[in-house]
Design a protein around this ligand. Structure first.
Ligand SMILES: Nc1nc2c(ncn2[C@@H]2O[C@H](COP(=O)(O)OP(=O)(O)OP(=O)(O)O)[C@@H](O)[C@H]2O)c(=O)[nH]1
Ligand SMILES: [Mg+2]
Length: 327
């Protein structure tokens, strides 16, 4: 993977029962010029022939199945499988226009680390948003911007692209971790979009918004539940803010330890087990193994314990939000 003016683009498409939409969406992605490098469909137990349809309408598609449940886990699996320089997050429901992919890539070539789709900047729009949801989204943007010092205009939108080399900073749950007996690992569910927006901001990455036009999903029912989804985004912002503060405190502690053991006028000493390289990897790891595509964060016990039941879109039955996420 490398940053250059002609990056290979991997498009990651999460699917749960999207066969009919894929008939439209996959050929449209394949028609984009310059051509994308690969399309990765990440399926989550579809029962409508999604996988067979994907392979029929786009024979060169890569199909993988996710390792646990939830859209976030599907995205993490797709990111891990991607071999391109740039990764595009692309919903399968027909709501996103593949013709916008080159604009996302251009924003990255022009210096962004993360290109964030926005329906609310000039040139963007939505056929699929009510006034209530628009106002809610505006309020959530305000909260996010106050907490993270960002200027997001469309926090709750899943069409984004980024350079693959920022994956370690995203610090997503390891895809090979077993599913907890109950609930989900933080980041595996629909909170993924907000989690990504918070983590790229907390890491100080350069974010550029790209105008995007959202259509209604072509086939199938919308699963959005305005108030429950809004509440979940708020809780995600709060949890990610705590995480960012914890991380900052850890960094300060490392610096203080370093100062404490540095002789006057001497070279600063950084305890090797806690120091991190610019790519976010522990220095010891980075030195031993070089860069690696996905971080392998530990799933702390607290994450497994502090769960809360909540009705929701993940699987329809229960969704366990791990609010006091800690990693
Ligand atoms: N692999 C996988 N894909 C999922 C899962 N949940 C949702 N998706 C896919 O993620 C994309 C976005 O999900 P949607 O249900 O469209 O959610 P949304 O766009 O927020 O809401 P609506 O389009 O209004 O229903 C779609 O392509 C879904 O098929 C999941 O658990 N696993
Ligand atoms: Mg959708």
């Amino acid at each position: 993977m490398q940053r250059n003016g002609n990056p290979r683009v991997s498009v990651v498409v999460p699917t749960r029962n999207e066969a009919r939409n894929l008939e439209v969406v996959l050929p449209a992605i394949a028609a984009v010029r310059p051509a994308v490098h690969e399309v990765i469909v990440v399926d989550g137990n579809s029962v409508d022939g999604t996988i067979e349809t994907a392979q029929r309408v786009l024979p060169w598609v890569k199909v993988i199945t996710q390792t646990r449940k939830g859209k976030g886990n599907a995205m993490a699996c797709g990111f891990a499988a991607a071999t391109g320089d740039v990764i595009v997050m692309f919903d399968a429901d027909g709501s996103a226009d593949p013709a916008e992919i080159p604009a996302f890539v251009r924003a990255l070539i022009e210096g962004a680390d993360f290109a964030k789709g926005s329906r609310f900047v000039r040139g963007g729009g939505s056929d699929d948003i009510t006034l209530l949801r628009k106002s809610g989204n505006a309020g959530l943007n305000g909260v996010a911007n106050a907490l993270f010092g960002t200027s997001y205009t469309d926090l709750c939108y899943g069409y984004n692209a980024f350079w693959a080399d920022i994956l370690p900073v995203l610090d997503l749950p390891p895809i090979e971790a077993p599913a907890p007996a109950e609930g989900m690992i933080w980041g595996d569910g629909f909170e993924i979009e907000t989690v990504l927006n918070c983590r790229v901001a907390a890491a100080g990455l350069k974010i550029t918004e790209v105008p995007s036009m959202e259509r209604e999903r072509i086939f199938g029912q919308s699963n959005l539940r305005t108030f429950a989804d809004g509440t979940r985004v708020l809780r995600t912002l709060a949890a990610e803010r705590r995480r960012a503060q914890r991380r900052r405190a850890e960094r300060v502690q490392v610096e203080e330890q370093s100062r404490a053991v540095t002789p006057p006028g001497g070279i600063p000493v950084v305890p090797v087990e806690t120091a991190t390289a610019p790519n976010g990897l522990p220095l010891a790891d980075a030195a031993a193994h070089g860069p690696r595509p996905m971080p392998q964060p530990r799933v702390p016990a607290v994450e497994q314990q502090q769960v809360r039941r909540e009705g929701g879109r993940d699987g329809g039955a229960v969704r366990l939000a791990l609010e006091e996420e800690a990693s």
